[in-house]
Design a protein around this ligand. Structure first.
Ligand code: PHB
Length: 395
């Protein structure tokens, strides 16, 4: 009796589903996007930026594309934990049957997932991790964020052309730091500059004071810095101010990770005048950025400022929506990658971006910025840009 009723009920549901047809979204055949993020631990704030950027995209554009519901599944690696990232990717692919992977604040986590993406043929969208080599590790990886060589090269050229002749470099001792240091040295020396000293600091809990003292003693005209956005940039700025480097006339230049919008206000006055190069500033003026900031505030609240990672989350979802639209809701890994490498272009809050068909890496404008007060608040104010920059790390 019970099973008969169950059978009838199941049959009725099937009929309703059939009548609704392919254009109506149903949770059971949703497009699942697995976001692997460092949501607890020292990069929690940055991971939240990516997640909120992705959620904001869904909020602003609806959660249904080509008749399919888009479902985000968030997984936490707990920090830099490649083994955990790989296991989470495997679970997302085999158990949750995700059609896309994405997320990744940190390079080591992104690299660990590459073999899973390849084996499962799951398109994987890098929303921050910025070491050049990442996209070479799987034909199913594409990046919508940036690479360190891409944003560093314009700054090195700017420095050499703006009467800075002697530079000390300080970078975090892992993939993106190595990329930033190499790119800065190459371009700066090619334009006649001289590197007077270089130091690499550990990724975990760095104590910057001895390094900052060493830089002070070397008396360079400028120090070039890459540290991952967040706690490390706050700690560096604190040491820089405590050791009085901001008063000695040593110029501070770096990639925008240093003066990240997420922590710029907290870092305060010592950041005034710092020159950086990066792909996104919350102060960027465009209708797309205004719409993005409005949607972000609806998800994250008005007291939080979106940063470049939030834009990575937003644009990553934009790319995924375009793929789903193009494939009429039937996502297949190879067809998705064929579309992603067909010269796709997106209007991002940072400007126009595109994916390089051969490297699957992002091509975008890189902005020169200076920290200034706007309406009483600290912002990275853009004063110049280099258009359509590819990742020089791969050429
Ligand atoms: C990275 O690990 O690739 C990474 C992390 C934080 C940044 C930039 C790059 O700000």
């Amino acid at each position: 009796m019970f099973s008969t009723r169950g059978g009838l009920l199941a049959g009725a549901i099937l009929c309703i589903a059939a009548a609704l047809g392919p254009s109506s979204a149903r949770a059971d055949d949703a497009i699942k996007v697995g976001l692997i993020l460092e949501s607890s631990g020292p990069f929690a704030s940055q991971a939240r930026q990516i997640a909120d950027g992705a959620k904001a995209y869904l909020k602003a554009h609806g959660d249904t594309v080509a008749g399919k519901k888009i479902e985000l599944i968030l997984k936490d690696t707990g920090g830099a934990a490649p083994d955990v990232a790989k296991r989470l990717a495997q679970e997302l692919v085999t158990r949750d049957k995700v059609q896309f992977l994405g997320g990744f604040v940190l390079t080591p986590n992104a690299l660990a997932v590459a073999p899973v993406a390849t084996q499962a043929k799951v398109p994987t969208i890098i929303m921050n991790a910025a070491t050049s080599i990442i996209t070479t590790k799987s034909p199913y990886i594409a990046r919508v964020s940036f690479t360190l060589p891409q944003v560093t090269a314009p700054l090195a050229e700017w420095a050499a052309k703006n009467k800075i002749k002697h530079v000390y470099t300080l970078v975090s001792d892992y993939g993106p730091g190595n990329d930033a240091e190499a790119a800065f040295k190459k371009v700066f020396t090619a334009h006649g500059g001289e590197i007077v000293g270089s130091v690499k600091v550990p990724l975990r809990n760095p104590d910057f004071s001895p390094f900052v003292q060493r830089i002070k003693d070397a008396k360079p005209e400028a120090v070039f810095v890459f540290v991952p956005a967040g706690e490390a940039s706050v700690a560096f700025m604190k040491s820089f101010a405590e050791r009085g480097l901001d008063k000695t006339g040593v110029k501070l230049i770096g990639t925008g990770d240093l003066t990240d919008d997420d922590v710029l206000t907290a870092m305060g006055e010592p950041t005034l005048g710092v020159i950086t190069s990066h792909h996104y500033s919350a102060a960027h003026e465009s209708p797309e950025n205004a719409a993005f900031k409005k949607a972000y505030a609806q998800v994250a609240g008005t007291s939080l400022r979106p940063n470049f990672m939030a834009v990575g989350g937003w644009d990553g979802m934009h790319l995924i929506y375009e793929v789903v639209k193009k494939l009429g809701g039937n996502v297949d890994g190879d067809k998705a990658m064929a579309f992603i490498t067909s010269g796709v272009t997106i209007q991002s809050p940072r400007g126009t971006i595109s994916i390089d068909p051969t490297t699957r890496d992002i091509v975008q404008d890189v902005y020169m910025r200076k920290v200034q007060k706007v309406g009483g608040q600290l912002y990275n104010v853009e004063f110049d840009k280099v258009a359509h920059v590819k990742d020089p790390g791969k050429s």
